[in-house]
Design a protein around this ligand. Structure first.
Ligand SMILES: Nc1ncnc2c1ncn2[C@@H]1O[C@H](COP(=O)(O)OP(=O)(O)OP(=O)(O)O)[C@@H](O)[C@H]1O
Ligand SMILES: [Mg+2]
Length: 104
């Protein structure tokens, strides 16, 4: 099995840079702290530029697991988070196109 741990991501200007990806896992997208790759039909991994980014986002996801709007959290590692792959628009795209999100 291919190892996502061989993927290398560093901090960039507005978004991270993917320095190397010897795997065939496709890049879903990049953010300021990490890059997300699809690793199976229902899972993705976020590789973070710094271990503290993975730890912090991992903690947030852990706390938010009771919410149905948050991806299931599978594993938090040194610089990565394995979570549920969610199909659909981003929250930003959804709200921009007139979608609503309940306050609670
Ligand atoms: N669980 C997921 N399932 C499917 N796509 C995801 C998942 N998590 C993140 N993505 C997608 O991967 C891309 C990068 O996500 P990431 O969390 O790294 O950055 P962001 O949240 O978009 O931006 P930033 O972290 O800079 O605020 C985005 O397009 C996002 O929609
Ligand atoms: Mg994000």
């Amino acid at each position: 099995m291919e190892d996502f741990k061989s993927i290398c991501v560093t901090e960039g200007i507005k978004k991270v840079d993917v320095i190397k990806n010897p795997t065939s896992f496709p890049l879903i997208g990049k953010g300021a702290q990490g890059a997300v790759f699809k690793i199976s039909s229902d899972k993705c991994v976020k590789i973070c530029a710094k271990p503290e980014f993975a730890a912090k986002e991992g903690n947030v996801l852990k706390i938010a697991q009771e919410s149905p709007a948050i991806p299931r959290l599978y594993e938090v590692g040194h610089n990565y988070i394995i979570m549920e792959y969610l199909e659909g628009p981003t929250l930003f795209q959804y709200l921009e196109s007139g979608g609503s999100y309940p306050k609670n």
